[in-house]
Design a binder for this molecule. Structure first.
Ligand code: GDP
Length: 465
């Protein structure tokens, strides 16, 4: 028994000293669907493992990094980020895009570093673990549900969507329901399905208030009772077992079993965060998409704002993310001369949210990146004018040159018409192509090509290496 206790104590001590000696940074990666989270994590990891293309990561160029390796993650209940599969898809003989983020996942990357200079002789190598946590930005939208009862929420949603054409079919079903009647499971499922279809259509049409977030990205909860509810009119009486009471129970279940655990187990533990924003994609779609992205991002970033939600503030107990990087993704669609304009547009788009949140002292930065660079720069001549364009491969194998259009130097020229509800851009055309990952012969010691992943890594973890 005594021996067992000693072993346990030893184990605990070494775990404790291990914790002291081996710091862990939890790096959150988020953004709305298709923003580029999966590609970002995959290529960031590939380029941290092979650092030949990371000149701006000072620990790499300064020779402080001895080794980088993937390790089993500490959280045994979370899916592991499928790094190897994603990398194989992106860099195989027929390179293609990997499967996008559907739920939260994690990956642990460990760095063995050695101090340089006079410290080198005194201190041995040290190990830093970076736990990368990938989660859909849509899930942050659910924070607002925590303050609402089922009654408030139902009333609010039914009122807001009353005039939306996308909601017509769902509203007809919901209004025909008598919430006082006993719950009938197939009908409840039909209601929840109609509501989910409405949410999908609403998202397509550019509405940003598309919660509950898991209805759009259910992960492994698809079909479970916590996702089988919908807003309905409150009946005069609510006897036990009636539709209303059961829906209310499921709504509360969604908050308690889905929303709170996500914030408690994942969000609250993040030390550093990157928020990916597909600004170019929205500009290409037009003013409505830009305005929708602006509103949705303001809502998403609200989760980082102290005082936004009492429960979350209590949970965080004053703890906040230390650094937040905002990255405009897919910048390889533009010639590098336009990258500063893209960054400026993203900064202007997020300005309201950023100043309101102030992020409680977190250090923030913004940059344009391409997690996987698929293009090379090229000058083309169109109507006698020389344009700074890019060239890439389409999924059918054809190589094409593309000029995305000239972004304005003043972001207001895009953001103002978007806010005013313009239907299309005046005097400007923005083009985008769906490039496939390039076929690149990789040299030993180099990861796949990217734009500014090294700068992003320097900002996010460079100070700890
Ligand atoms: P997620 O939903 O945030 O995980 O998004 P993904 O990482 O799956 O990216 C969505 C899509 O955006 C990909 O399938 C690509 O088509 C495109 N994409 C992402 N990153 C890049 C990039 O760096 N360059 C280009 N050209 N396209 C990208």
């Amino acid at each position: 028994m005594a021996g067992w206790i000693t072993t346990e104590v030893d184990g605990l001590m070494s775990a404790l000293t291990g914790m002291v000696r081996e710091p862990v940074i939890r790096l959150g990666v988020t953004g709305l669907s298709r923003a580029g989270k999966t590609v970002f994590i995959t290529n960031l990891v590939a380029n941290l493992l092979e650092r030949g293309r990371m000149p701006q990561l000072s620990a790499a160029t300064g020779g402080r990094i001895e080794a980088v390796y993937l390790q089993p993650q500490p959280d045994l209940t979370l899916p592991r980020f499928a790094y190897e599969d994603h990398l194989a898809a992106m860099t195989g003989d027929d390179p293609r895009w990997p499967q996008s983020t559907r739920a939260v996942s994690e990956l642990r990357l460990s760095f063995r570093t050695r101090p340089l200079g006079w410290l080198a002789g005194m201190a041995g190598p040290r190990v830093l673990h970076v736990d990368i946590v990938d989660y859909p930005g849509e899930w942050l939208l659910d924070l607002s549900l925590l303050d609402q009862s089922f009654e408030d929420w139902s009333e609010g949603v039914l009122h807001r969507i009353a005039k939306r054409p996308e909601a017509a079919a769902f509203l007809a079903l919901a209004r025909a329901e008598d919430g006082a009647l006993k719950l009938d499971e197939p009908r409840t499922q039909a209601l929840a399905e109609a509501f989910t279809l409405y949410l999908m259509a609403a998202r397509e049409a550019g509405w940003s208030d598309c919660t509950p977030g898991r209805f759009l990205l259910p992960g492994d909860l698809a079909g479970s009772p916590v996702l089988t509810f919908a807003p309905i009119p409150k009946p005069a009486g609510t006897p036990r077992g009636c539709l209303w009471t059961e829906m209310e129970r499921r709504f509360e279940g969604y908050k308690a079993k889905v929303v709170r655990p996500f914030f408690r187990n994942h969000f609250a533990k993040i030390d550093r965060q990157i928020v990916l924003v597909d600004v170019l994609g929205a500009i290409h779609q037009g003013p409505r998409a830009v305005e929708d992205l602006r509103r949705t991002m303001a809502e998403v970033l609200g989760a980082f704002r102290p005082g936004r939600n009492g429960w979350l503030d209590l949970l965080l107990g004053g703890r906040r993310v230390e650094k937040i990087l905002f990255a405009a993704t897919k910048a390889d669609h533009l010639h590098h001369t336009q990258h500063p304009k893209l960054t400026a547009i993203m900064e202007a788009m997020l300005r309201d949210a950023r100043t309101r949140a102030d992020f409680a002292g977190a250090e923030t930065a913004a940059m344009a990146i391409a997690a996987l660079r698929c293009t090379v720069e090229e000058e083309i001549t169109r109507d006698g004018q020389v344009l700074e364009a890019v060239r890439g491969r389409l999924s059918d194998g054809r190589q094409v040159a593309m000029y995305a259009g000239e972004l304005p130097s003043d972001p207001a020229r895009l953001l103002a018409p978007a806010r005013e509800g313009a239907e299309r851009w005046l005097n400007a055309d923005y083009d985008l192509m769906q490039f496939a990952p390039a076929r690149t012969g990789r040299r030993h010691g180099e990861g796949p090509p990217h734009i500014r992943l090294d700068r992003a890594a320097e900002f996010l973890i460079g100070d700890q290496l």
